[in-house]
Design a protein around this ligand. Structure first.
Ligand code: HEM
Length: 416
C-alpha cells in the first residue's frame, strides 16, 4: 500500500511553517498520496532529482499547476509547460538572452546599480531588506525586457497572483484568479513590436517570430515567462539571504572578508537551499512508472516539493536546517529545478546576488534584525514582503572588479 495523508500543505499553518510536514512526508516514503489535492507529493531530494531528469515519463504540459484551468489558460504555450521539440524551440530563444555569455557585459553596470541602491536604502540605518531587493531586481529585469516605463509598475508584483493560481482551488486561488488572468490580457495589449525596445529580451523574441523560429502566438507566453519567473523569485531569494546574514553576525563577518564574491554567491545558494522561493511544481506521468518502489499510474500528477528537498538529511546531513554560507555543496540545491527545465535565469539571478551582497558587504560593518518581518502567504512562493534590519554603514571598501571564476560557473547551464 502506498502511503497517503490528509495533511493539507496549502493551509495557512503549513504555509507559515511547512518543515514539520515535509519531514513527516520524507519519513513516509518516496511518493505520498495527498488525499485532499489528489496528487503524489514527492518530498525527498533523490526522487525529485530523478523525476526532473526523466522527461520521458514525467511531462510538463498540463502538469505544472494543480488545476486544469491554470494549466490551460495561464501556462499553456509557455516554456515552463512545454515538452519535447516545442520546449527546445522556446528555450533556445530564452537561452540566447539569458546565457552567461549574453549577460556577462552587464556585470559592471549591475554592480554600480547595486552600490547606488545600497547607499540609498541604508541611509536611515534601518532599511527594509525586501524593499532593497525589490528595487534592485525590478529595475534590472524591467530594463532588460525592454518594456515601456508606464507598464512596469503594473507588472511588478504581479507574479504572486500567478503563483497562487498554480496552487489548488481554495480562497487564495479564487482571490488571485482575476489578477492572474488580467495580467495575461495586459501583456497581450501592451507588449507589442511597437512598444518594446529593439535591443532587449522582448525585442529579440519578436525578431525570432519574424525569422520564423517561433510562432507569433509564442511571444506573449515568453514575455510571461520573464515576468513571472524572473522577478519575485529573485527578490524572495535575495531578501532571505540578507535576513539570514543579519541573524548570523559571524557569517556576515566572514562574507565581508571575501572580496572575490564567491562566498556571497554561495550564501545565496545556501539561502535558496533552506528556503526555496518556489516550494513546488508539478509533472504528469506519461506512462506507468515506479518511483522508489511505489507504482504511479499513467496520467497522474506528481508534486515536486523543492522546499522539502533542501532540508532532506539524506542529502544534506544532520545540519540540514542550519544556515552555513561555507556549505561546500550548497549549489546542488533544487530550488532552481534541474534537468531540461532547469531555471534559465540562473546566471542573471547569481549576478544580482553577487552585486547586491557585495555592495552590502563593502559598506555595512554590521547587519542585524530589527523587528518582525512580514511573511508572504502564497500557494507556491515562500519568503518575506518586508524584513526590517539594522545596517551600520561605513565608507565602502574597495571591491574586487573580478568575480571569482567559480562564481560564474558553479551551476551547469542547460544546453539550449
Ligand atoms: C532566485 C531566483 C530564481 C528561482 C528560485 C527560480 C526558480 C526556478 C525553478 C524552480 C524553475 C524550474 C521549474 C520546473 O522545474 O518546472 C525555473 C525555471 C525557469 N526560470 Fe527561474 N528562478 C529564478 C530566477 C529566474 C530569473 C532571473 C529568470 C530570468 C528570466 C528565470 C527564468 C526562468 C525560466 C524562463 C524558466 C523556465 C525554464 C524551462 O522551462 O525550460 N528564473 N526557475
Amino acid at each position: 500500500m502506498a502511503p497517503s495523508t490528509s495533511l493539507d500543505l496549502f493551509d495557512d499553518a503549513h504555509l507559515r511553517d511547512p518543515y514539520p510536514a515535509y519531514a513527516a512526508l520524507r519519513e513516509m516514503g518516496p511518493a505520498v498520496r495527498l488525499i485532499k489535492q489528489d496528487v503524489w507529493a514527492i518530498p525527498r531530494y533523490a526522487h525529485v532529482h530523478a523525476v526532473l531528469h526523466d522527461s520521458k515519463h514525467f511531462v510538463s504540459e498540463n502538469g505544472v499547476a494543480l488545476t486544469d484551468l491554470a494549466n490551460r489558460e495561464i501556462l499553456a504555450g509557455t516554456v515552463l509547460a512545454s515538452d519535447g521539440d516545442q520546449h527546445v524551440r522556446l528555450r533556445r530563444v530564452l537561452s540566447k538572452q539569458l546565457s552567461l555569455r549574453s549577460i556577462k557585459h552587464l556585470e559592471q553596470q549591475t554592480r554600480a546599480r547595486a552600490d547606488q541602491l545600497v547607499d540609498e536604502h541604508t541611509r536611515t540605518g534601518t532599511p527594509d531588506a525586501a524593499a532593497l531587493a525589490r528595487h534592485m531586481v525590478s529595475d534590472t529585469v524591467m530594463g532588460l525586457m525592454g518594456l515601456p516605463e508606464e507598464v512596469r509598475p503594473r507588472l511588478i508584483g504581479s507574479a504572486a497572483a500567478t503563483f497562487d493560481v498554480f496552487g489548488p482551488e481554495g480562497h487564495r486561488y479564487q482571490q488571485a484568479l482575476p489578477a492572474a488572468s488580467a495580467m495575461v490580457a495586459f501583456l497581450h495589449e501592451n507588449v507589442t513590436r511597437d512598444t518594446v525596445a529593439e535591443d532587449s529580451w522582448m525585442g529579440a523574441v519578436f525578431r525570432a517570430v519574424d525569422a520564423g523560429d517561433i510562432q507569433e502566438s509564442d511571444a506573449i507566453p515568453l514575455a510571461s515567462a520573464y515576468t513571472a519567473a524572473a522577478i519575485d523569485t529573485t527578490i524572495l531569494g535575495l531578501t532571505e539571504t540578507i535576513r539570514q546574514l543579519a541573524q548570523h553576525p559571524k557569517q556576515w563577518a566572514m562574507l565581508r572578508q571575501d572580496p572575490t564574491l564567491a562566498l556571497a554567491e554561495n550564501a545565496f545558494h545556501e539561502a535558496l537551499r533552506r528556503e526555496a522561493p518556489i516550494q513546488g511544481f508539478g509533472r504528469l506521468t506519461a506512462e506507468r512508472i515506479q518511483l522508489g518502489g511505489t507504482w504511479i499510474e499513467a496520467g497522474e500528477q506528481v508534486w515536486l516539493l523543492y522546499g522539502s528537498t533542501g532540508r532532506d538529511t539524506d542529502k544534506w546531513g544532520v545540519a540540514a536546517d542550519t544556515f552555513n554560507i561555507r556549505r561546500p555543496n550548497a549549489s546542488q540545491h533544487l530550488a532552481f529545478g534541474s534537468g531540461r527545465h532547469l531555471c534559465a535565469g540562473i546566471p542573471l539571478a547569481l549576478m544580482q546576488a553577487r552585486a547586491l551582497l557585495g555592495a552590502l558587504a563593502s559598506r555595512c560593518t554590521h547587519l542585524g534584525p530589527a523587528g518582525e518581518p512580514n511573511r508572504v502567504l502564497n500557494n507556491l512562493l515562500r519568503g518575506w514582503w518586508r524584513v526590517p534590519i539594522t545596517a551600520q554603514v561605513t565608507e565602502p571598501s574597495p571591491r574586487s572588479g573580478q568575480a571569482h571564476p567559480a562564481a560564474a560557473t558553479s551551476r551547469p547551464e542547460q544546453p539550449s
